[in-house]
Design a binder for this molecule. Structure first.
Ligand code: TRP
Ligand code: ZN
Length: 472
């Protein structure tokens, strides 16, 4: 979505609530690790070490592929599902954790053999019959069902997880919501390929990431099989169910799939024109589009007030402005292909998406980027409200979506561009995208690349714009 959520109320008076245990004391976390049933110390960790969300993700394995088979009943909002998780052990493992919030686990198997399960909060501990050796590839099958949960973000108000809508549902995963609908390693550092198959009542369309390989109607149920071959962080995985209208087109050779809610009738044709244009423009600036398909979901969702850059098909809670479309398209390079290594590196995702909006505005005959920068600096641009609240390099769980991460981050990129010149700046951007394609990148790596290409220290610039308190 664009720099600030459309409901300006959210930004004007950010509420501060308790953090729902995201910052548990280390001692408590240890208790959970010990409760995995390991007495030989070979249990995988119950977190991936994120500085903002320490319990998110898990240690001891690396997922290659998720095969998710979902059966969804909009009436009653019930999900029956099977997750097949192919992973490699990165240490000897006699037990490992998956993240899963709510849902009832019916069965778990590792390499076809029954495995033990235990649950504590959002940690699902799986104990295979036989311990796994380091380096071993193994397959975990979890059968689960229930009414998937809606999750309130650390900001105390934004909704994610499995959001039931008026005539369907939308699975939105940033930053922690994907654990509401499938068990997995829900940290952005463990990316994997996905195949998502969703069965819904006939008349509904179920949209997920990647390309539609098959649609099959049997009796009164329809099954949609989606194939997403490129690595994806789990927060970008998505399933959206509704009585959508579907428009398909091409952007160059790329298949484009657009699902629009009947209450947003103009969105289909509009997106079919805008998406190829935005993708083509962004490819010229950032390098080739990173995925094998593209598209969008334009929903009509009154419970959510943001767009999300869900991989290959960004999600829009309603018909978006061009700027928001460009923002989500830019995320396919920044955030999706090059994913922040931890949630503290969030600015590497949002500042580029916001800066893309500024460049698009200039290209379309609006304000030049320098004018937008000046309007942010002076406070004239309404989107600049709140951008000095904290340094963009140091958000908290409550503030990862706040204006400094977006607006002040984009200002940093502009200052970098002014400092090194257009040639070096765009060379840096393309190298960043190429070097970390389908992987992760962090702040230290980005700074190092900038300094290498600039041929000098850029410490004053980053100290001022990324780490400094208040308006520089
Ligand atoms: N990352 C999304 C984007 O910029 C925005 C987003 C996701 C968001 N979840 C949010 C914004 C919660 C505000 C609150 O496209
Ligand atoms: Zn964004």
């Amino acid at each position: 979505m664009t720099g600030i959520p459309r409901s300006s109320a959210r930004c004007a008076a950010p509420r501060r609530r308790l953090r729902r245990g995201v910052l548990l004391p280390a001692a408590l976390m240890l208790v959970t690790s010990c409760s995995t049933g390991s007495d030989s110390g070979k249990a995988g960790a119950d977190g991936a070490g994120d500085p903002l969300f320490p319990r998110l993700g898990n240690g001891g394995y690396d997922v290659q592929h998720y095969g998710l088979t979902l059966d969804y009943e909009p009436e009653g909002n019930r999900l029956h599902a099977t997750a097949v998780i192919t992973a490699r052990a990165t240490q000897d493992l006699d037990a490992f954790n998956l993240d899963l919030k709510g849902m009832k686990v019916r069965d778990a198997r590792v390499d076809g053999k029954p495995a033990g399960t235990a649950r504590k909060g959002t940690e699902l501990t799986v104990t295979p019959g036989t311990a796994l050796d380091k380096g071993r590839e193994f397959q975990t099958v979890v059968v689960y069902e229930g009414v998937p949960k809606e999750i309130t973000d650390a900001d105390g108000e934004s909704l994610e997880g499995w959001v039931e809508t008026d005539s369907g549902a939308a699975a939105l995963g940033e930053p922690t919501g994907s654990m509401a609908w499938f068990p997995g390693n829900h940290h952005p550092s463990d990316k994997a390929a996905y195949d998502i198959e969703v069965t819904v009542p006939k008349g509904y369309t179920a949209v997920a990431n990647g390309e539609l390989k098959r649609k099959e109607v049997r009796g009164d149920r329809a099954t949609f099989s989606w194939h997403n071959p490129e690595p994806m962080a789990s927060y970008l995985a998505s399933v959206v169910v509704n009585e959508f209208e579907v428009t398909t087109t091409k952007a160059g050779d790329l298949p484009v799939y657009i699902a629009t809610h009947p209450e947003e009738p103009a969105a289909g044709p509009r997106m079919a024109k805008l998406l190829p244009r935005a993708i083509d423009w962004a490819s010229g600036l950032f390098g080739p589009y990173p995925f094998s398909s593209a598209g969008a979901v334009v929903d009509h969702n009154e419970y959510v007030d943001y767009a999300l850059e869900t991989q290959t098909k960004p999600y829009f809670d309603e018909a978006p402005t061009d700027a928001i479309v460009v923002h989500e398209v830019a995320h396919q390079w920044f955030g999706n292909s090059v994913t922040p290594r931890t949630w503290r590196d969030m600015w590497l995702s949002e500042s580029f998406a916001q800066y893309a909006e500024w460049m698009w505005e200039e290209k379309e005959g609006g304000r030049p980027v320098q004018r937008i920068f000046d309007d942010f600096y002076s406070g004239k641009d309404p989107e600049s409200s709140g951008i000095w609240a904290f340094p963009p390099g140091d958000p908290t769980p409550e503030t990862i979506f706040d204006p400094p991460v977006y607006g002040r981050g984009a200002m940093l990129l502009h200052e970098l561009r002014r400092g090194v010149g257009d040639g070096v700046f765009f060379a840096i951007v393309r190298k960043w995208v190429a070097d970390h394609r389908h992987g992760n990148g962090d702040t230290a790596e980005f700074v190092a690349l900038c300094e290498e290409r600039a041929g000098r220290s850029l410490k004053p610039l980053f100290d001022k714009w990324l780490w400094g308190e208040g308006r520089p």
